[in-house]
Design a protein around this ligand. Structure first.
Ligand SMILES: [Cu+2]
Length: 176
């Protein structure tokens, strides 16, 4: 009798231990995600000194830099973006756009996917969930205007997704 009971307890103990082990591992696997969410930027130095913008005015030229790289906005509010391509060099290589990426999106990863999406103006629908809003490609001398809303507070990167431009053409929107 006793001989029989001991193994059963041992088995139950083992099962419980295994169960806890699995549980621990699950928690452990979720930790990196939680940590990532926790470390995602909530603001950027200097943003608190800016006035809130309703209209984000941006321009870029052949120097491949946005003239403004930091905006502060209110989340949930309708915003307008007006983008001017002031390049004096004409040609497709000086086309620019503005793509506002969801918070936490890796710019390099997005750009790598966007690079090959010429027929979608370098904003591929396959990664549309990473995009908050975007203009079309704007040729030298042209402008684009869009309306959008940033639903949640956080820091949102914006880039030009024309191949090779994102390295220098990027900025941040801090939504509060
Ligand atoms: Cu560009």
């Amino acid at each position: 009798m006793k001989k029989y009971f001991v193994p059963i307890w041992a088995v139950i103990f083992l099962l419980v231990s295994c169960g806890q082990g699995t549980g621990d591992q699950k928690t452990h696997n979720e930790n990196p995600k939680a940590a990532q969410a926790d470390t995602s930027e909530t603001t950027v130095p200097g943003a608190d000194k800016l006035a809130f913008s309703d209209t984000l005015k941006l321009s870029a030229n052949e120097n491949m830099k946005f003239d403004n790289e930091l905006f502060r906005v209110k989340s949930g509010k309708k915003l307008r973006l007006v983008f001017y391509n002031t390049s004096k060099k004409i040609g497709a290589a000086m086309s620019h756009n503005v793509v506002i990426l969801n918070k936490g999106t890796d710019i390099a990863d997005f750009a790598e996917v966007a690079r090959t999406a010429k027929n979608e103006q370098y904003v591929p629908s396959s990664v549309s969930t990473l995009v908050v809003a975007h203009t079309n490609m704007v040729a030298a001398g042209d402008k684009a205007e869009i309306e959008f809303t940033i639903p949640q507070a956080g820091v949102y990167n914006f880039i030009c997704s024309y191949p090779g431009h994102w390295g220098t053409m990027q900025g941040k929107i801090v939504a509060e």
